[in-house]
Design a protein around this ligand. Structure first.
Ligand code: GLN
Length: 446
């Protein structure tokens, strides 16, 4: 009830929630109370959370912040939603996001931008900006997000919370609206690493409904939190501390690294030579997969349908023209182009090769170090509208997060101080399936 009251008081200013499920939340909370009284409560019994509006929720609108899905009510729960509910968590509602998770500022949402609770004239980051703002402003205790190129870590950094993108395949994508299927991964957003460990515990694990989910035991993330950092080797990639990094953000990250050194870790200089190619490779691979995934929105099966179509072609054309926003159309156009017969080898195939080189850089580095540390973003939160009409400037705000998606590696962001009164994040990137270690380092730091 306290969280619902806070949503009532603050959501009009923040625009973090697009749907509030007060009635269902009350029932779930009562069920959690009964389970607690009866001694058979799940590990998250009664914990109020929010889901990014990209996760299908049975009977509750799942819009992906698009006009295309403004009227879409899923007939089933995403695996992530179902598992968190089974653990006892109470869903308060669905959070705003960039349309189809395409964006870094939450300004591409059909429902209008989310505002950063630290400064209402600034963006919360994106695309999981609604989840980030909701956690940061205390409208829920934790939330889910998705990260294709930084969409959990970047908004977490810009709103002063924690966010984790797991290893590709660690968390099921079943019921998560697809953007770029080889990059998309769901993860927790919360105020502490310890809270993220609790959420990830419920979210992770094999799911027969997702052919890319990996059948591998899930470790006890909370049990690993306190391990000492003595002897831990932390790699500092030269390419992530370059000229594009705001000096004050760099200083905040270096102060965090000094703290990790005091806790027993050893800092090692490394290089990841193909780093500069990650943004260009991503903006071939991600739009290519998006153009294919978004072909399903045809105005026929579900979602937005244009009025009074003259014929089938008119129905397709107008439903897609009217249903999708500008950034989504830009991605579909780029993706269709790079996949077209004459250009496939020059762009798509080439980007896949570059992607392999990027992963090999990381695998080489993990021969020398246990964890890689970097800034999460080059700057603190920017002003609403500042990059809205400059797609390349917007794309560059994910310059430090995209490589982990291309390589499939787990990565988190943990707050590491304020720059001009605005939060910034320390990013930690780990070996495949080494989420426990990332959470351990972030927890000891916090
Ligand atoms: N900002 C990046 C994009 O627009 C990443 C988004 C994401 O991770 N979903 O594609």
């Amino acid at each position: 009830a306290a969280y619902l009251a806070r949503i009532g008081a603050r959501n009009a200013a923040l625009n973090a929630f697009v749907t509030v499920t007060a009635g269902a939340a009350g029932q779930a909370a009562a069920a959690a109370d009964a389970a607690l009284a009866g001694g058979d409560a799940g590990p998250l019994a009664g914990i109020p959370i929010a889901h990014k509006d990209i996760f299908c929720t049975d009977g509750v609108r799942t819009s992906c912040a698009s006009r295309m899905l403004d009227n879409f009510i899923a007939p089933y729960d995403a695996t992530v939603v179902q598992r968190l509910a089974a653990a006892g968590a109470v869903m308060l509602g669905k959070t705003n996001m960039d349309e189809f998770a395409m964006g870094s500022s939450n300004e591409t949402s059909f429902y209008g931008p989310v505002r950063n609770p630290w400064d209402l004239d600034r963006v919360p980051g994106g695309s999981s900006g609604g989840s980030a703002a909701a956690v940061a402003a205390g409208l829920c205790s934790a939330a889910t997000g998705t990260d294709t190129g930084g969409s959990i870590r970047q908004p977490a950094a810009l709103t002063g919370i924690c966010g984790l993108k797991p290893t590709y395949g660690r968390v099921s994508r079943y019921g998560m609206v697809a953007f770029a299927s080889s990059l998309d991964q769901a993860g927790p957003m919360a105020r502490s690493a310890a809270d993220m460990a609790l959420l990830l515990q419920a979210m992770a694990g094999f799911d027969e409904h997702d052919s890319t989910s990996i059948d591998r035991p899930v470790p006890d993330y909370s049990a690993a939190l306190e391990a000492p950092l003595t002897g831990l080797r932390i790699g500092l990639p030269a390419e992530y501390f370059n000229a594009g990094l705001d000096a004050a953000v760099g200083a905040a990250v270096r102060a965090a690294l000094a703290e990790l050194e005091r806790l027993g870790a050893r800092l090692v200089d490394i290089t990841l030579p193909h780093t500069a190619l990650s943004v260009p490779a991503y903006y071939v691979v991600a739009p290519a997969e998006a153009s294919s995934n978004l072909a399903r929105y045809d105005g026929v099966r579900y979602g937005y349908r244009a009025d009074n179509p003259a014929d089938l072609t008119d129905l397709y054309k107008r439903s897609r023209s009217e249903g999708f926003g500008a950034e989504v159309k830009r991605r579909i156009l780029i993706g269709t182009y790079v996949l077209s017969a004459g250009y496939y080898d020059a762009y798509y195939l080439k980007a896949q090769r570059v992607r392999r080189l990027i992963r090999e850089d990381f695998l080489g580095a993990f021969g020398q170090v246990d964890v890689i540390a970097a800034p999460t973003t080059p700057q603190p939160a920017f002003r609403l509208g500042e990059k809205q009409h400059d797609p390349v400037a917007m794309y560059l705000s994910d310059i430090y997060t995209i490589a982990a998606n291309l390589a499939g590696l787990p990565a988190l962001s943990v707050p590491c101080g304020l720059v001009q009164g605005l939060p910034v994040g320390l990013q930690l990137i780990g070996r495949d399936f080494d989420e426990a270690r990332l959470l351990n380092v972030a927890h000891r730091y916090q």
